[in-house]
Design a protein around this ligand. Structure first.
Ligand code: GLP
Length: 250
């Protein structure tokens, strides 16, 4: 795993955006796996800025998103489809039909998940998968204890994740209890993985994921077994790794 330390959130966002831009320039018809959460917002902003400056085009790019809340319509301000439109898709030249986000209102959620796995296969697999990380080491919505062998599936969110995501809703009761999520198996199938982490509150999860045992109790620890992972973090998020002497790049 390559680990890059950046001075702060803005530097982390620029570094991660440059890796995504490089991927797009190298394979303009490629497939990007995209993520939501607060961490990637800065890198999407940077990609939009570079697009406006003519540095990078997305006209041939196809995207799949990691996850979506079950029960939220795409027009809901907290749905991940809405997030992607607001932070990226509405500001770049990507074709709407090439952006794929799970449908949180699908009448048959299991069928929606199976169709998503078929879609990823039909697209030829994911070239670069972007990931954030939850405080308990979750990736996408794969919570501690979830089966590593699953493709896209319906998940029950942990209380800790509901707590963390409560800040985006008016009341805790409004946070959905379930989501549709690409599984660990789907994520590990990507040819390259890029993880972004920011803030001291992620330092323990980052340390466990990178230097701890590979265990389903820390879903991100499975990334140690992937051959091509780059983690870009700010100094605060990497603080425990540094304290414990884990080698970083550069
Ligand atoms: C949610 C998302 C994850 C994301 C995580 C961390 O649970 N499903 O994909 O990585 O939040 O989000 P944040 O970047 O806001 O800390």
């Amino acid at each position: 795993m390559r680990i890059y330390e950046c001075a702060g959130y803005d530097a982390m966002s620029r570094q991660a955006a440059s890796l995504i831009a490089a991927q797009v320039l190298l394979k303009p018809e490629g497939v990007l796996g995209l993520a939501t959460g607060s961490t990637p917002i800065g890198l999407y902003r940077q990609l939009v800025a570079w697009h406006r400056q003519g540095v990078v085009r997305f006209a041939g790019i196809r995207t799949v998103n990691l996850d979506e809340y079950l029960g939220l319509p795409p027009t809901h301000q907290q749905s991940y489809r809405y997030f992607m439109q607001q932070h990226l898709f509405d500001h770049i030249d990507i074709k709407a039909e090439n952006t794929h986000v799970l449908n949180g209102l699908a009448p048959d959620p299991q069928a929606e998940c199976a169709a998503f796995d078929r879609l990823i296969r039909d697209l030829g697999g994911v070239d670069l998968q972007l990931l954030g990380m939850g405080h308990n080491g979750h990736i996408a919505f794969n919570e501690p204890g979830d089966n590593f062998g699953l493709g896209t599936h319906v998940v029950t969110l942990s209380e800790r994740t509901i707590d963390a995501n409560q800040r985006f809703f008016d009341r805790r009761e409004q946070v959905p209890r379930h989501a549709l999520s690409m599984g660990i198996k789907s994520i590990m199938g990507a040819r390259r993985i890029l993880v972004v982490v920011s803030g001291a509150d992620k330092a323990e999860a980052v340390y466990q994921a990178v230097a701890g045992r590979v265990t389903d109790q820390v879903p991100a620890s499975i990334l140690q077994l992937h051959p091509d992972v780059t983690l870009v973090g700010d100094t605060a998020a990497l603080s425990k790794l540094k304290k414990e002497g884990v080698p970083l790049c550069g």
